[in-house]
Write a protein that binds this ligand. Structure first.
Ligand code: NAP
Length: 315
């Protein structure tokens, strides 16, 4: 079976398509024939050497490495004790730092607990954009534990994480103040943001004033880290997505979000799928690439400005 692979940590030129053995599902596992897998910032960090080969080897992960954290496709084979059936349309989250590798392959084996049904009427391509970034936002909101009527600010609100954060926040009765590039105003207002603040030097002060006195919680998809703190009220909460854990100020709780802890939360993924079916969560695909052009896709992602996810399709 074909898979996107790399065997050393460098630029996008190390990405290639390899022919690898077909993985077999064990007990509790599902094999999915992948229609599409997304390209995410994490793929770029993985290929760039965020972990060393030695660190990965300690996890039982050896080259060739397969990137990719989310996919959608059709169940192709099941292991013992699994209720999914061959032919079911499913989506799944995958931690690529595991011996079986990530999502960008023709056939991917995952635990049944990482899988959810793709709602009728939703294409597999669109569904592939939900699991990883949707569960990231689910986890961020679970950590913030805000109550209906409280204020949530979202930076990077036009991106994959940011867009879901605005829509999920709104669907949970939060008053959302979205920060995004000026040209993204119409988009994030469509997501339901009550207030729009253009990103820039004064943005966080403007969020603080819009709340007023500061927002109750903030999901920082633009990775502003400490610079996001001034927007938050005394004793409020900040969810960070690249590991920033402090120092904090004014009693603000900082919650670093790692979606790898929700990689077996198929129930939460199923609930996200239902929100898509109800029209409360928007799936966005920007462009589709064949696996041979994965380097182009990663370069496009790294350049910024992409709205909607880039996909690797396995026809
Ligand atoms: N920890 C986890 O488990 C986890 C899981 C998922 C994602 N993440 C991280 O979450 C972050 C967002 O991911 P994503 O997929 O949503 O990325 P994305 O789709 O590229 O969205 C990021 C958005 O933030 C904007 N932005 C970036 N830097 C900015 C700045 N300094 N000021 C204003 N706007 C800025 C971008 O605008 P432009 O495109 O115009 O630059 C874009 O709209 C990434 O760092 C990713 O690695 C972490």
């Amino acid at each position: 079976m074909r898979a996107v692979t790399f065997s050393r940590f460098a630029g996008p030129e190390v990405l290639e398509v390899s022919d690898l053995p077909v993985p077999q599902p064990g007990p509790g596992e599902v094999r999915i024939r992948v229609a599409a897998a997304t390209v995410n910032p994490t793929d770029i960090m993985y290929r760039g050497g965020r972990q060393t080969a030695v660190q990965l080897a300690e996890l039982g992960v050896h080259p060739p490495y397969i990137p990719g954290m989310e996919l959608a496709g059709v169940v192709d084979a099941v292991g013992e004790g699994v209720s999914w059936r061959t032919g079911d349309r499913v989506m799944a989250i995958v931690n690529p730092r595991r011996p079986l590798g990530g999502a960008q392959a023709e056939l991917v084996v995952v635990p049944a607990a990482s899988v959810a049904r793709v709602p009728d009427g939703v294409s597999l391509e669109a569904a592939a954009t939900l699991p990883m970034n949707g569960l990231t936002v689910r986890l961020a909101l679970d950590q913030l534990a805000l109550e209906r009527g409280q204020t949530l600010s979202v930076t990077g609100a036009a991106g994959a994480v940011g867009g879901y954060a605005v829509e999920l926040g709104v669907s949970e009765g939060l008053r959302v103040i979205a920060v995004a590039r000026p040209q993204d105003e119409a988009l994030v207002r469509r997501f339901g943001a009550e207030t729009f603040v253009p990103s820039g030097d004064t943005a966080l002060r403007r969020v603080y004033d819009a709340a007023p006195g500061g927002v109750d919680g903030l999901i920082d998809a633009a990775v502003l880290d400490a610079a996001a703190l001034p927007a938050i009220r005394d004793g409020g909460k900040l969810a960070t997505v690249r590991g920033f854990a402090g120092p904090s100020e004014r009693g603000i709780t900082i919650a670093p979000v790692w979606v790898s802890s929700y990689v077996h939360n198929g129930l939460a993924l199923d609930r996200l799928g239902r929100l898509v079916a109800e029209g409360r969560l928007s799936l966005r695909v920007s462009e589709t690439f064949p696996p041979e052009r994965v380097a182009d896709a990663q370069q496009k992602m790294a350049a910024g400005g992409t709205r909607g996810r880039l996909l690797i399709a396995f026809p």
